[in-house]
Every structure is written in structure tokens, then in C-alpha cells.
Ligand binder design. Sequence first.
Ligand code: PMP
Length: 407
Amino acid sequence: MTKEKIEEIRQDFPILEEKIYNKPLIYFDNGATTQKPRCVVEKIEFSYYHQNSNIHRGVHYLSQKATEAHEAARSKVARFLGASKREEIIFTRGTTEAINLVAFSFGEAFCKAGDEVIISVMEHHSNIVPWQMLCERKGMTLRVIPMNEKGELKLDVLQTLMNERTKIISVTHVSNVLGTINPVKEIIRMAHEKNIPVLIDGAQAVPHIHVDVQDLDADFYVFSGHKIYAPTGIGVLYGKEKWLNAIPPYQGGGEMIQTVTFEKTTYNELPFKFEAGTPDYIGSAALAQALEYVEGIGIQNIAEYEHELTKYAELRLKEIEGMRFFGTSNEKSAVVSFLVGNIHPYDIGMLLDKLGIAVRTGHHCAQPLSDALGIPGTVRASFAFYNTKEEIDLFIEALKRVVMMLN
Ligand code: PMP
């Protein structure tokens, strides 16, 4: 993408004009959440001002408009992920809720004492804890795929971990700490050879790379709206129809029922069976708008530009003495995690903040990964398509100053 194009894109994000301690904001914390383009915020405003009413049950105009928007958003997400049916898209609060849903409902239907779940060493807490809770509930065992020194999963070990007790595998598509793009298509192929279903945590993938759930043959695929330029509070669970039909509801309430008597309740069909209560229909409409915005730029253009930014950042970071990178796979997304000498990451983050630069420090909700690396955490810069090489230059100059002060 040209410089002019990036400048044009930046105009869509008013927050990028903010001053932090009187310095221009440099926002390199996109892995935690992305900033929102005007069209997404305007969509929220439009929805509340012009078509706000609770969905599905209404006979009146506004309710029908709101319902149409929510269901059109579902179709949009289905096309975006390459799902074969819109009914395979369940709206959730985010990645975390989507994983909890599967861990609970799949666990209820298919898991018993002695069974096993496989995750990987580089998972976010939200793809660890729900499985641990399932294991505790049912008396099951959690197995973990290790990684090599570049931050790549050891698939030969995965091969040995899978057995007849393995009920499900849940791995991240892209690591939020290392940036590694895992070979999830291969992992799914290996698992399916043994009839094991796979959940892919796509929180850090969908904003950066093209995803096609049918091409991957994923059984479940989840992501959060707020990491792809949509509001907080809306996310997605994609599940193959056969699985979603085979597992029980996660929560009970309105919307998810067909009939209710005090003796017995029958459940609604997909996707409503998994959307108890009033869904975030304003959020779903805004998510659809965000996906349209992303498609307008082009996910391939985004991937290439962010790759260029990441490579440039890595190159320039190498100028700093004592630089140690975490995550050096050839297949990497827009994340650079590092430490400098023995300086605590928190100190670097604090001082960069004073210079207007937002990076994230710590274990990034992947504490077992930090433990495996034997470090207290990292400094993480994570990029979006609205970032520039000029911002990276300013970041490097700032980091050099910070390192000098802390040394
Ligand atoms: N998985 C990964 C890989 C993530 O990066 C995150 C967010 N940092 C999550 C899951 C959790 O997402 P959320 O908090 O939006 O549910």
C-alpha cells in the first residue's frame, strides 16, 4: 500500500490524532485491541438513533429492521470466514466466551473421566482455563504441545500426544506473544486422521491474514470483534453444523427456546440455540461494518503491508544492544516481542508511555508461555495497517533513549 493510501486510512481513525502527554500517539498495542474507524462508530450511532429495538420477537417496523441488521451481520461473518451456512455462525461476547461455550457444551456431550484435551504451550489464558475447568469438572487430563526455540509448535510431539482418549484439540492460529502463524491446516489434517475435532482460536489471525474455515476444515473457529476494528462485546463462534447440533446449549433463557413448560423445555434451532437472551445486535451490525471496512482495504494488502512493517521493526530493533527477540518463526504475523538485556519489560513500557508510545508489557495473558521461556514477560509491539515506518523510527529513537536511561 502506498504512503498516500495509509495517510488516507489514518484519516478514518480519529484517535490517531490524539496527543499523549503532549506527544503524538503512537499506538502499537493492536494485539490487545484495535482502534475504530469512523464508519464503525457511525454505524453504532446510526443503529441507536434509527433502528434500535429488540430483535426477533417484534412485529413492528423497528424490530424488523434491527432483526434484519443482526441477521445480515451473521451472513456477512459467514462469508468473511468462508462458512458454508449462516446458521454455523453464533454471536458471542468474544473469543473467551466462544471458547467457554465449546469447552462446556462439547464437554457435556462428549467428555468423561479419563479423556484428554490437547492445547499448546503458546495459548492465551482464555484457551487454557476453560479446558482446565472442563478437566477438573470431568476428571480429564490436559496435554500440551511444546514448541521449538523459534516459537514453532512441535508437530511430531503432537503426533505422539494424540490417542483414543483425546476428545478435542484447541490451538491458536496466531500467537499473541510470538506472532507465530501456526500450521493449523496441517494440525487439523493430523487430528482428523484420528477423528479428533479441532477448535482454532483466531483472535490474532482474522485481523491480519485470510481465513477460510472450510479450507482449513476447522470444526470450531473463534474470534473477537474488537481486535478487528469492531466494538468490544461482540465476537464469533463458527462451528460445523454437525457439531453445533450435537452439543447442548451453553446458557438458558429467552431466544434459545422453542417451547417452555414447567415440565420441559425444547430448544430452538441453530443458531438461536446458542444465543440466549438479547444479543448484542448493535455490536453485530457494527462488526459487519468493520469487516466490510477491512475487505475494502483488502486482507491481502493488509497482510503484505503489516509484514513489511514487522520486518522493518525487527531490522531496526536489532540496532539496540542486548536485543532479544521472542518468536522468530518464518511464518509470523504483525507482532514483535522482545527484551533488552536484563531490563524489566514493565520499566521499558512505562517510559515509552511517557513518550506517547503505547506498547504492552508482561506475560500477555499467556503466563505458561513466559514460564516456558523462563522470562518475566516481554515488551510487545503489535501493528495494524494504520501504523507507519515513520512511527517505527520514532519508536526506535524513543526506545534507545529509554534503554540508555535504564542501563
Ligand atoms: N486468544 C488470543 C490469542 C488473544 O490474543 C486474545 C486477546 N488478547 C484472546 C484469546 C481473548 O480475547 P477476548 O479477550 O477478546 O475474549
